[in-house]
Unconditional design. Structure first.
Length: 225
């Protein structure tokens, strides 16, 4: 009898311990609720269900202005719209440093347009090749090395680069790739204007109209910034 009494006492002790542990984990730690909630997230096919997500965590919320935003649930489930309106996919644009209307994006857009409404980027290649303001274009090209001489067998493309550059600093030359008398005089005027860098290194006082080394170097210095 004593053995049987000890056995039943042991059984009751184990049962009481298990009941206490279960109550503690379910009611204090909340593990049971989390387990049930987790189970509801999965359909009988093992896939996540939208209804189950919404029961545990609403899919959208509203801020003080009434604008709705998607929760992480919607991102996980692949949702991209809300029951009360469409998702606002635009990013908030910081206010510009010169105003307080928050229209920086609009201002930047206007700055990238010409008066005719064309994108400036469409004009850049033409401008660069005409004036040589971008590395690799016009007089900034690695191919613009000279020499160019009046009456010489000159490179047509190099003469065009030269003519475009001379026009960009105030001349009105025909860009035809032929180093004619007008081009020749424009080069001499340029050499006189920058004689300290173009002529003095050669210890000469008069312009030559010959486009090489120091003349080309000065043109690149002015145009290729």
């Amino acid at each position: 009898m004593k053995i049987i009494s000890i056995f039943f006492t042991l059984i009751l002790t184990i049962a009481w311990g298990y009941t206490s542990w279960y109550w503690y984990t379910c009611n204090v730690k909340g593990f049971c609720t989390d387990t049930i909630a987790a189970n509801t997230l999965v359909s009988n096919t093992g896939a996540l269900t939208e209804d189950s997500f919404d029961e545990i965590n609403p899919s959208s919320s509203s801020d003080s202005s009434g604008t709705q935003s998607l929760s992480s649930n919607d991102v996980l489930l692949g949702n991209n719209d809300l029951s009360q309106g469409s998702v606002n996919t635009e990013l908030d644009v910081p206010e510009s440093s010169t105003g307080s209307s928050g229209t920086l994006l609009e201002a930047l857009e206007q700055e990238t347009m010409t008066q005719n409404g064309d994108l400036i980027k469409e004009k850049v290649p033409v401008f660069s090749s005409n004036t040589g303001t971008s590395s690799g274009d016009g007089v900034c090209s690695d191919n613009f090395v000279g020499p160019i001489a009046f009456g010489g067998n000159n490179s047509t493309i190099q003469v065009q680069y030269l003519e475009n550059f001379l026009n960009s600093i105030g001349n009105n030359l025909t860009v035809d790739g032929s180093y004619d008398a007008d081009d020749f005089e424009a080069v001499k005027a340029f050499q006189l204007l920058y004689r300290a860098d173009v002529l003095d290194p050669w210890d000469i006082n008069q312009p030559t109209g010959y486009v090489f080394t120091t003349t080309i170097s000065k043109m690149k210095e002015l145009a290729c910034q």
